[in-house]
Write a protein that binds this ligand. Structure first.
Ligand code: FAD
Length: 407
């Protein structure tokens, strides 16, 4: 098996994980990467603390993915615990944060990536940077643009792990969509996910932009997802943060079909509407500011209420409580894909066999964010990339060992 040529195109977490599995199985692996260095988005993900996976029970974990039935066997084959064991094998300890999210102890991605690359190098994996993949030759070989000119590379099996379309400056520019679509591969359009949304705020709210709305819940009517105890930030363009990222699928779908979407917030999710009405009902003479503050409505929350409610309603506990418990925000667009944390859409499930090999291109596999699945932030994105990288690598091992003949 050693003499067989395996190419992995794209040196992000999915591609490197595929290289890890294949080299551990004794295969000869070449990784091709367009950028001068590998794992740029992975390093960016680690900037604010690398949330690599999540510790919640497996059923809950899998439910976070859209197309979760598709992802389930992949995640089960390389689950959050396996990710932690793999990190440990590289000498990187991890811990579970108070939210259940898992982080490397050092928080950053760089130390993990350094150790990972060193381990791959020891196993003989060759990494070729500045190799921009431009498609296939008539013979099915891989074509690259390199500083030394055009190159073609013949392979026995290829894994494409080219990422989605966000943060193109880090390498994943989505140019592969046109190349694969021309080959008859079904691709769902790349769309921004885990992204901010556009909304307009009156001049009155301007001083509150950039300040967090903490401990809020949110939902989109008719959608399954409802997010509790989260936070969001009002920005000059609209709203961003964990709460809207987690609701980005239903919000995006409503915007695409209706032209706008309504996000509902519960500004005080830990108190019932009736309890809030009692708190807002003053027995003596109290200013509205005082009453609201005592009920937990100050700062951005109070400003939002003043924005939505006419002044004569500010002293009406029923009206205030109704808005606090179901505060509507109209969103009329998504932030550009360039600024999104991840990408929805990609190579569709029906374009691939159960081992992630393209029906249209035998011996060519796909992995990572370029597949048509999506998940919220919280470690689910990287977990899905690792798991699909493992799965595609195992698919390659199957066909090269003759266990499964390519068609
Ligand atoms: C700011 C930010 C923070 C994030 N934080 C987290 C987090 O905390 N937790 C989490 O789970 N996820 C997080 N993510 C998402 C996560 O980083 C991605 O989902 C993940 O990196 C995708 O892995 P991938 O290997 O599929 O693609 P990528 O990481 O995008 O890697 C694809 C690689 O392919 C290369 N490539 C693309 N086209 C070509 C070509 N034509 N020729 C050669 N090479 C090519 C690219 O240069 C790139 O190196 C974050 C993302 C961002 C932007």
């Amino acid at each position: 098996m050693k003499s067989q040529k395996i190419a992995i195109v794209g040196a992000g977490p999915a591609g490197l994980m595929a290289a890890d599995i294949l080299s551990a199985a004794g295969m000869s692996v070449d990784v091709f990467e367009s950028k001068p260095s590998v794992g740029r988005k992975f390093l960016m993900a680690g900037k604010g603390g690398l949330n690599i996976t999540h510790s919640e029970p497996m059923d809950d974990f899998i439910r976070r993915y859209d197309h979760s039935e598709w992802l389930k066997p992949m995640i089960e084959a390389f689950d959050p615990n396996a990710i932690r064991v793999w990190m440990k094998s590289l000498g990187v300890d991890s811990f579970i944060g108070s939210s259940g999210r898992v982080f490397p102890t050092e928080m950053k991605a760089a130390p993990l990536l350094r150790r990972w690359l060193s381990s791959l190098k020891k196993r003989g994996v060759r990494v070729h940077c500045r190799h921009y993949w431009t498609g296939f030759s008539d013979e099915g070989d891989l074509r690259f643009t390199t500083p030394e000119g055009e190159k073609t590379v013949a392979t026995d099996a290829t894994i494409l792990a080219l990422g989605g379309g966000s943060w193109a400056s880090l390498g994943s520019d989505g140019a592969w969509v046109t190349i694969l679509a021309r080959r008859g591969v079904n691709i769902s359009p790349l769309l921004p996910s885990n992204c901010g949304f556009k909304a307009t705020w009156s001049p009155f709210l301007q001083p509150h932009l950039g300040k967090p709305l903490k401990n809020i819940s949110g939902w989109v009517e008719g959608a399954e997802e409802s997010i509790s105890s989260s936070e969001a930030v009002l920005t000059t363009y609209g709203i961003e943060g964990g709460l809207v990222y987690a609701l980005s699928r239903p919000l995006r779908e409503e915007i695409i079909s209706e032209g706008s979407a309504t996000l509902y917030l519960d500004l005080l999710p830990h108190i019932t509407e009736n309890a809030l009405i009692s708190r807002l009902t003053s027995s003596g003479k109290q200013s509205c500011d005082n009453l609201w503050r005592k009920a937990g409505l100050e700062g951005v929350k109070a400003a939002l209420l003043r924005e939505a409610l006419p002044k004569e309603k500010w002293h009406d506990p029923l009206s205030v409580a109704a808005y606090v418990k179901k505060y509507p925000i109209t969103l009329y667009g998504m932030q550009p894909i360039e600024e999104a944390i991840s990408t929805a859409g990609g190579v569709m499930r029906e374009a691939l066999n159960e081992d992630l090999m393209l029906h249209a291109m035998p011996n060519v596999f796909c992995a990572g964010e370029m597949l048509d699945w999506d998940a919220p932030t919280g470690g689910y994105l990287l977990s899905g990339c690792f798991a699909s990288g493992v799965f595609a690598a195992k698919g390659v091992l199957k066909i090269l060992s003759g266990e499964k003949r390519s068609c």
